[in-house]
Design a protein around this ligand. Sequence first.
Ligand SMILES: [Zn+2]
Length: 461
Amino acid sequence: MKLRLNLLAALLVAALSLGAAPRYVFYFIGDGMGMGHVTTTQTYFRDVLKADKPPLMMQFPVAGIVTTYSASSPVTDSAAAGTALSTGYKTNNGMIGMNADTVKVYSITRDLINKKYGIGIITNVAPDDATPAAFYAHVPSRKMFYDIDCQAAEAKIDFLAGASLRGLQDKEGNDTDVMKRLAKNHVTVTRDLNEARKCKGRVLLLGNDSINLNNNDLGMAIDSIKGNPTLPQMTAACLDKLSRDRDRFFIMVEGGNIDHSAHANDGAAVIKGIIEFNQAIEVAYNFYLAHPNETLIVVTADHDTGGMALSGGYSAAKNDLSKIDYQRISKDRFTNEMRAQIDDKTMAFLRWEYYRKTLERDFGLDKVFTLSMDEETSLINRYKQVAGRDIGTIKGLYNVFDHFTNDLYRLFNLSCGIKWISGSHTGNPVPVYAIGVGAEQFSSLNNNTDIPGKILKAGTN
Ligand SMILES: [Zn+2]
């Protein structure tokens, strides 16, 4: 009898604690998504889409601010910021899953795995890039892709997804043993979204090399190139799999290429990237609506990239975001195409008068995007330089831009009223939005190191 009572009491305690805890945790990280980026997207919703409401994350009942400095600098990189957001420890820029003294520190995924949570890690850049890697790897340098990939193979991640693994080949282009390690750990590697969704056991979903942008990006929303899974599609597939296979789960979704387009100072691509990120949040939000007492959704960013801001002037015409719908190609893809045309010498024979039609088609030149005489003259000079193979490169973090592309996008951004501080990260704070069980904890000025502890506290009460 006493034993039965004890058992009943134990069951009651377990039931109470499970009832209070979010069994389902979604952690969205918009890489590089600062306050200016979300505010500009909000303005696009209001002024261009004529939406009654802002992007979904901004409708969440809780909002706060997050400071992002790293142990080594007031301006963090994604490795140190990812480590802070996953483990709660500050570290030096470049380091993942280690504190500044190179002592290993652990992601909240370790605690959650011990509590039998299934784990999903999703990004639209590479799954061995700094932010996703911070949830499973420990390396002194974010560039140690082979080591990161070996640790990914060992990590107990049910669903890992992104563009490509950079450690599959060594510097000489020879295959490493990463695929063997994945097989040894019973990881199914697929490039098919549905196979990933249906897969029993661990799965690694990768993009197609022929579609991936610069080998580390599934492709930007603005380019609309079909064939690779999108962030909302991967989030839905992961959610299907984990809610089928697991009793409880944690899913981290990174909008990785928001950062890439912000490094490029490509405002239209940033806004379209945040809209796609927002669609992935909608997938989680619909799940939340069905499980409101068991779900927590936290949306934040690792840092601000570029210091994007609307600053055309005080008239609506000078801050006209409707123009971004006329930009049909990201700066990253545009500069790649320029390079290819220079390499096959098409541009050497193409006069400005003909090339100009490309800008009419892809930027609404003369229709919504007008150039002054001086601007056009300087752009023509850049065009002639580049067409004559005098490229004059500007090195970004994820790409190298020719001077013509750089000037063109700068003028286009200015014509929309979008300005940028730099092509690097800034020390600006970032937003956090939350809904669900434990969401109220985030309604304050947070340090980035506070966030994972708060998630864990909410998730394991
Ligand atoms: Zn960055």
